[in-house]
Design a protein around this ligand. Structure first.
Ligand SMILES: Nc1nc2c(c(=O)[nH]1)N[C@H]1C(S)=C(S)[C@@H](COP(=O)(O)O)O[C@H]1N2
Ligand SMILES: [Mo]
Length: 352
């Protein structure tokens, strides 16, 4: 075997193929919004010193050259791409983020104000770059010139073209593809985190995100971590192994849905309906279940409390929560004790 091909295949994440040599596909938007006004990159939000830089000013900071492997979610890769620019870390040290700044939202000067986001600590760990040069040439406009983000080690949709704003946030703000097309928010090519629902086409996913009508859908393994899905209709949906941690699911309908092993930690489930749902092995620690109806749901092996990294997480139940008194029979002694404490408090209904 050609040793070169061999060494390349070890560097190709699963499901990726090398793009033809000397070909760099253009993906997504092809032009920024307006090239006639001067380009200014601004960094603002939860920072001590908001700032803006012209491209010339950026070039006076510490310029670095990095060799990066590009992996596009549409399955082409390009290895050993040289990029020149500055490290995001350098801009971060100049603006001094406040302690509560945990995410960066990157926004383009593009027709749809295209955007993406990353946890701040991860963006720094991956050595994210702000680039004006690739392959020894100024970045072509269609590839994001005059300034683009390059995030090594993530699918290329995290590498925003025509970056104009870096906003520091306490809460994540999903990017354009992540919010509208169901692209995975973590985007690690080695874990094939392409789409939040690996079994749906992009069109199906876009439809499901736009309508919030998931009734009867097969969404096994869906990763919806921290999304706003209030009012969702997931009646009879197959949601085994889904990740709904920290989601807003207020008023959502899960009647007769299969949520076995679902992760619902710290989800807002106020007024949600789980009548007859399968919640076996589901984790509801820290979830807000006030006003929720869990009548007839099965809870074998489910959890209502958990030992999280920042202390104990307990589900919130009150007298407006509807749950069968027999639930504790399906739980481990520890979980059953937690639920029984709630039943025995004056707030809860009395066990039969
Ligand atoms: N502003 C903007 N940035 C973007 C996109 C886009 O549509 N608009 N598409 C993303 C996607 S999906 C990919 S794969 C890369 C493509 O970059 P390229 O066209 O330089 O190959 O840009 C990313 N950044
Ligand atoms: Mo992409």
């Amino acid at each position: 075997m050609d040793p070169c091909v061999d060494s390349h295949s070890a560097r190709l994440p699963p499901g990726q193929q090398l793009a033809a040599a000397h070909k760099w596909p253009v993906v997504g938007e092809r032009l920024p919004l307006d090239m006639t006004i001067p380009w200014l990159l601004s960094a603002h939000g939860l920072v001590q010193r908001p700032r803006q830089w012209s491209v010339e000013e950026l070039k006076r900071l510490e310029v670095v050259e990095r060799i990066v492997d590009i992996h596009c979610v549409t399955r082409w890769s390009k290895l050993d791409m040289p990029f020149q620019g500055i490290r995001l870390a350098e801009l971060v040290s100049l603006v001094e983020p406040l302690p509560e700044a945990r995410f960066v939202s990157l926004v383009s000067r593009s027709p749809r104000a295209h955007s993406t986001s990353l946890p701040l600590a991860l963006a720094l760990e991956l050595e994210t770059l702000v680039c004006w040069q690739a392959l020894g040439e100024p970045l072509a406009i269609e590839h994001g010139g005059p300034l683009r983000i390059v995030v090594p080690g993530r699918y290329f949709y995290k590498s925003l073209k025509w970056v104009e704003q870096i906003e520091f946030l306490a809460q994540d703000r999903l990017g354009y593809w992540e919010a509208t097309a169901g692209y995975h928010n973590e985007a690690d090519p080695w874990r094939e985190q392409r789409y939040m629902a690996p079994r749906l086409s992009r069109q199906e996913m876009a439809k499901i995100l736009a309508t919030r009508d998931w009734s009867g859908a097969d969404l096994l393994g869906l990763d919806a971590h921290a999304r706003n899905l209030s009012g969702l209709d997931a009646t009879r949906a197959l949601l085994r192994d889904v990740d709904f941690r920290e989601c807003n699911l207020r008023g959502a309908r899960f009647d007769h849905a299969n949520l076995s092993n679902a992760r619902l930690q710290q989800a807002d489930l106020r007024d949600a309906s789980f009548v007859g749902a399968d919640l076996e092995g589901a984790n509801l620690a820290g979830a807000d279940l006030r006003g929720a109806n869990l009548s007839g749901a099965s809870f074998f092996g489910a959890s209502f409390q958990d030992q999280g990294s920042s202390g104990a997480l307990e589900a919130v139940l009150d007298k407006t929560t509807q749950i069968d008194a027999s639930v504790s029979e399906a739980l481990t002694p520890e979980q059953a004790a937690f639920v029984r404490r709630w039943f025995e408090s004056s707030a809860g209904p009395q066990p039969s």
